[in-house]
Design a protein around this ligand. Structure first.
Ligand code: ADP
Length: 468
């Protein structure tokens, strides 16, 4: 049973349930019908016997005039018993016979009654007696009319006569129910098989993907509202996301090795040069300086990578506090004014008293990164404006510059890891700064977006939930 397929299990369960229901229906119908039928047979027997009593009368003597063809006269005691001929008429297979109390037959000729004549009389009681292989209902009635004392009428009817009275509907249903049951079970099995067939498709696709054969595979059950369609759609979405993250992972490894290859190659070349002959002290120093620069570039890269992974994977539990964002932004601006590269002027417009739940170090890092970029990609004697305000329940932090800006197609890409628009725009940098900033925004359930125009400047906006 454990290993049986779902459709076999479903079919088995509902078959058992159906059989129980049908069985119970049978039992109830049969029981009800039995009770009704046998009660009717008994009532008929009593009624017939009671009617027959009226067909027997006592006469002290008989005139010739009294004799007629429809009646029988039998001597009894000091007079006569007059019996209608209809006494012998069978009604509903009820036989009636007239006896004396000692069991001698007075009138009637039913062979059945004869067979049962050994049984004692019991007044006004229907009994079930067995003679040979057959069961009978027997009803005895003592006649109490004056002159007829000591006479008994016995009514007899067979129980089998009752069986013949089973209604047509019952008999038909007894035949039809098992047929219907078989049809229902076969139909149910077929429907279960059909509706569960997409399962195989799901299992197969998931199996293929699990074995790493083809990440591009989808279940593709098509349109439909059934539970299985919904499961298949969710699986397909999950597969798509899996594929995306596998791809991103691959890309990341490619990019990272590319990023590391350049400084390592430069270091290697400088070492070789330095180990060569006839180099002046000055030339050695120059080579070492290059190596030092590349080393610090790589250290920077490794550190940024670590930060990125920590925020993205949440490997470190960053403490979330209630922060006065207004004060944090002012403090960072004060520090960053000191950079004052290219004669750029940093101004701020900060609405006081805006609080958020956040991590101080991460949010500070994000803002420093945005302002640094604004300096880096700003024009000589340009301006940077940092503003903070509250809109509805959100804190809106903007860093606006009038620098070199960027083309439309770059706007969505600058948040990708290692993406740099054009390395000639800046010799430093790793292309990880904005990717980290975006992860920090995500970490705070906020969003980081950019508006920019080539040659005119850019505005980076962080939206994050404000608290009271
Ligand atoms: P990088 O280390 O190169 O600065 P970032 O992730 O911080 O990496 O930025 C990605 C790219 O986005 C940069 O190479 C730069 O070209 C562009 N960029 C970032 N900030 C600005 C800005 N304020 N103005 C124009 N371009 C920007």
């Amino acid at each position: 049973m454990r290993n049986a397929s779902i459709r076999v299990k479903i079919t088995l369960w509902f078959s058992v349930a159906l059989i129980i229901v049908v069985g119970l229906t049978y039992a109830i119908v049969l029981f009800a019908e039995n009770t009704v039928i046998y009660k009717t047979i008994k009532d008929n027997l009593i009624e017939t016997v009671e009617e027959k009593i009226d067909e027997i009368e006592y006469y002290p003597y008989i005139d010739d005039d009294d004799e007629d063809d429809c009646e029988t006269y039998i001597r009894y005691g000091n007079g006569y018993i007059e019996i209608d001929d209809s006494f012998l008429k069978q009604e509903n297979k009820n036989y009636t016979v007239l006896y004396k109390s000692d069991g001698t037959l007075v009138y009637g000729s039913s062979p059945v009654a004869m067979e049962l004549s050994d049984f004692k009389f019991e007044n006004r009681e229907v009994r079930k007696l067995k003679s040979g292989e057959t069961y009978w209902y027997v009803y005895d009635r003592k006649i109490e009319e004056p002159g007829l004392e000591g006479l008994w009428i016995r009514g007899v009817t067979s129980l089998e006569a009752g069986a013949a009275q089973f209604s047509y509907v019952t008999r038909m249903s007894l035949i039809a129910l098992p047929i219907l049951l078989i049809i229902a079970i076969l139909g149910g099995y077929h429907i279960a098989k059909r509706s569960l067939s997409p399962f195989n498709q799901i299992v197969e696709t998931a199996g293929n993907i699990a074995q790493g054969r083809d990440l591009k595979k989808r279940i593709n059950l098509g349109e439909g509202d059934s539970e299985l369609h919904k499961i298949a759609q969710s699986f397909d979405k999950m597969f798509a996301r899996l594929e995306e993250s596998f791809e991103a992972e691959k890309q990341f490894t490619r990019d990272l090795s590319h990023e590391l290859r350049t400084p390592l190659a430069v270091i290697g070349a400088q070492c070789e040069l330095s180990l060569g002959e006839d180099l002046t002290l000055e030339e050695h120093r120059d080579a070492l300086k290059v190596i030092q620069r590349q080393n610090s570039k790589m250290t920077n890269l490794v550190e940024e990578l670590l930060t990125f992974t920590r925020v993205e994977r949440k490997t470190e539990s960053y403490k979330m506090d209630k922060l006065d964002l207004s004060r944090l932004v002012s403090a960072v601006c004060e520090d960053m004014k000191l950079v004052a590269e290219k004669g750029i002027l940093l101004t701020e417009d900060i609405e006081p008293g805006i609080y958020v739940m956040g991590n101080r170090d991460l949010l500070t890092g994000l803002l420093i990164n945005l302002i640094n970029n604004a300096y880096k990609y700003g024009k000589e004697d340009g301006r940077i404006k940092v503003s903070l305000r509250k809109e509805e329940n959100r804190a809106i932090l903007e860093v606006e510059d009038d620098g070199i800006g960027m083309a439309e197609e770059d706007k969505s890409k600058i948040f990708n890891r290692f993406y740099q628009i054009d390395s000639s725009r800046s010799s430093e940098g790793t292309g990880l700064g904005l990717a980290i900033a975006k992860e920090i925004a995500n970490f705070h359930s906020g969003e980081l977006t950019v508006e920019s125009e080539l040659g005119k400047g850019s505005t980076f906006t962080l939206k994050i939930e404000a608290i009271r």
